[in-house]
Design a protein around this ligand. Structure first.
Ligand SMILES: [Zn+2]
Length: 218
């Protein structure tokens, strides 16, 4: 093992002890270079075996609440560039914003399709082709409108030493979800990007029927 790797591991252990973190909960800890800059990436595994990540920049050097984005996995939007939603542009924009700020974290949570999974999400898409909106499609499949839970997100934030955040979101459920799990949301930072002709109806439905804070002209 190279000397600087050993030094890095030593520093991580020292910081972990300082923040009373059980590093056994962090399954991997490394640096990920991306086209938007370098991120520290830590991996967690929840009680169901799902692997979640924290991508962060500069958390150890800050005294103010960091910018945080909780991003739910969207295979179609994040990896394939789907225009049915705004997930891909939102993820990239949050990575760029955090790099710009020099401090913050993205939690990448493996809760595809607002928590219903890829198979059900694609079945809901098929219903949307027949005229259902994003909410009615879920309900027609006997699925929750939003099945996400923020308990494990709050646990991950605690594990990386964060108990107060400036949350990049348009979704009040995320703010409540963190509050309920002991994380203070000091400020909501509007996070709107990626609206296009194809996803405009989807975003309007989230605003009109699901309480998301998305201005019509965005
Ligand atoms: Zn999406």
């Amino acid at each position: 093992m190279r000397f600087h790797t050993l030094v890095y591991i030593y520093i991580v252990r020292l910081l972990s002890m300082k923040q009373n973190i059980n590093i056994d909960d962090i399954k991997a800890d490394t640096i990920l270079p991306t086209e938007l800059g370098n991120f520290r990436m830590r991996v967690f595994v929840d009680e169901k075996g799902a692997e979640h990540s924290v991508l962060s920049v500069g958390l150890d050097d800050t005294t103010k609440s960091p910018l945080v984005r909780i991003h739910s996995e969207c295979l179609t939007g994040d990896a394939f560039g789907s225009l049915k939603c705004d997930c891909g542009p939102q993820l990239k924009a949050s990575m760029a914003r955090i790099q710009e700020e020099g401090c913050g974290a993205i939690l990448y949570m493996r809760q595809e399709g607002r928590g219903i999974g890829l198979e059900q999400k694609m079945r809901a898409y098929a219903l949307q082709e027949r005229g259902f909106d994003t909410l009615d499609a879920n309900l027609a499949l006997n699925l929750p409108a939003d099945g996400r839970d923020y308990g494990f997100s709050a646990f991950m934030l605690n594990q990386v030493g964060i108990d107060s955040v400036r949350l990049m979101t348009n979704n009040p459920l995320k703010i409540n979800g963190l509050h309920e799990n002991g994380i203070q949301v000091e400020e909501r930072v509007e996070h709107i990007t990626g609206r296009c002709h194809t996803n405009s109806h989807y975003l309007s439905t989230k605003a009109d029927r699901m309480g998301h804070l998305i201005p019509e002209q965005a």
